[in-house]
Design a protein around this ligand. Structure first.
Ligand code: AMP
Ligand code: GLY
Length: 420
């Protein structure tokens, strides 16, 4: 069997690593992928402008199965085109992907179907938006209404900051959303979905801010761990019953049934879990901790869903914990410096850890940095403390100029459990 996977980051490396464990998988081609994935997959470093162009590239590979990792091709309608061409593809259509690609579509759906989330307003006019601040309390949450790779949100402590953000975001985008600030801890709950049927994974936690103690700017994600105990069995059940299942059902009712991975970004508030955002794909870096813990065969699960047999999918998980630390390049997330030589990758082997490449390039026997997020270092151990220590022991082997990483991945949970 030949699989084409679209995307090129650490998430796709982790997916390819997991897909490759199925003995019937003979070939995996990641588009564009990167040379960091060569141990598990081939890569095709092509560029594409339109979804049609990407579809042509995919079809020229004659794949048995296509999996879309990242959101941009989903927004461009790649799944719709591949379905027309009778290609087996896993991912949502353009219309269903709006749950991520349009914050105002998602918000409208939450209100209509009473899915718990922050109250909000949508604005195109800066003056109206600024007036709306008067009936809100600080901190103010202001979001661009489109894909922004996790970087389109401003949490403003003061009215002045909020006004500046409104003006700035409406200069570059057409629409903004202003919403109530939700207090709590965040968690990510991803699920395989087909129509109304939802098969949830275990909960994970991302670390979105650049620096320790959740300081610094928002990023695409600086590390993750799973399972996330902040999602207790009770909260898990609530999140599945009041958020994931109603959202899947709402998309069916709106005429855009979802097939793929639905990712609920949750805030665990005093009133229970609420939605911060939905994504229409696997999370990055959550996938880097979920795949090593998934005991079921990913290829089989995805094929089953593509055959319309999601009701028969049962996921099994290792009784273990995984921690992922993201190593980012100098300047991330504002600017990306590339071309620094990465040292110590070979030495990680003795640490019993996994390294998923996010932005690297292999030239003449050496790896170089080639993106904002460069590497994901993952350790799986019987308990969270051991997983964290092992991940950082592996990190200590690696170095490159300007390397940035957080030293506190999973600490919130470790502190809580060790205080008990
Ligand atoms: P988003 O792009 O919507 O996921 O937002 C990025 C990050 O901003 C989230 O992961 C949260 O940490 C924070 N955030 C977004 N919306 C809210 C909200 N309404 N209340 C509190 N924090 C929020
Ligand atoms: N972990 C955040 C994201 O995948 O969008």
């Amino acid at each position: 069997m030949k699989i084409v996977l679209v995307g090129g980051g650490g998430r796709e490396h982790a997916l390819a690593w997991k897909l490759a464990q199925n003995k019937r998988v003979e070939e995996i081609v990641v588009i564009p992928g990167s040379s960091g994935m060569i141990e598990v997959a081939e890569y095709l470093p092509v560029e594409w402008d339109t979804a049609e162009e990407l579809a042509d590239i995919i079809c020229s590979q004659q794949p048995d199965l296509v999996i879309i990792g990242n959101e941009a091709p989903l927004e461009a309608g790649i799944v719709d085109i591949l379905q027309e061409r009778k290609v087996t593809v896993f991912g949502p259509t353009k219309a269903a992907a709006r749950i991520e690609t349009s914050k105002s579509f998602a918000k409208h759906l939450f209100t209509k179907y009473r899915i718990p989330t922050a109250s909000y307003g949508v604005f195109i006019d800066p003056e109206e938006a600024i007036r709306f601040l008067e009936v809100q309390t600080a901190p103010y949450v202001i979001k661009a209404d489109g894909l922004a790779a996790g970087k389109g949100v401003v949490i403003a402590a003061t009215r002045e900051e909020a006004e500046q953000a409104i003006i700035q975001l409406l200069k570059t985008g057409e629409r903004i959303v202003i919403e109530e600030f939700m207090e709590g801890e965040e968690a990510s709950l991803l699920a395989f979905v087909d129509g109304e049927t939802v098969v949830p994974m275990i909960a994970a936690q991302d670390h979105k801010r650049l620096l320790d103690d959740d300081a610094g700017p928002n990023t695409g994600g600086m590390g993750a761990y799973a399972p996330a105990a902040v999602v207790t069995p009770e909260i898990y059940e609530q999140a599945v019953e009041t958020i994931l299942k109603p959202t899947a059902a709402a998309l069916v009712r709106e005429g855009c049934p979802f097939r793929g991975v639905l990712y609920a970004g949750l805030m665990i508030t005093a009133e229970g879990p609420k939605v911060v955002e939905f994504n229409c794909r696997f999370g990055d870096p959550e996938t880097q901790v979920l795949m090593p813990l998934l005991d079921s065969d990913l290829t089989d699960v995805i094929l089953q869903i593509c055959r319309g047999e999601i009701a028969e999918v049962e996921l099994s998980w290792l009784q273990a914990h995984a921690v992922c630390v993201v190593l980012a390049s100098f300047g991330y997330p504002r600017q990306t410096y590339t071309g620094d030589v990465i040292r110590g990758l070979m030495d990680v082997a003795r640490r019993d850890a996994l390294v998923f490449h996010a932005g690297t390039r292999y030239i003449d026997g050496k790896y170089y940095t080639d993106g904002g997020r460069v590497l994901n270092v993952v350790a799986v151990r019987p308990n969270l403390r051991a997983a964290k220590d092992a991940a950082y022991a592996a990190v200590s082997e690696i170095s490159f100029d300007g390397m940035q990483y957080r030293t506190d991945i999973a600490d919130k949970e470790l502190k809580k459990s060790e205080e008990k």
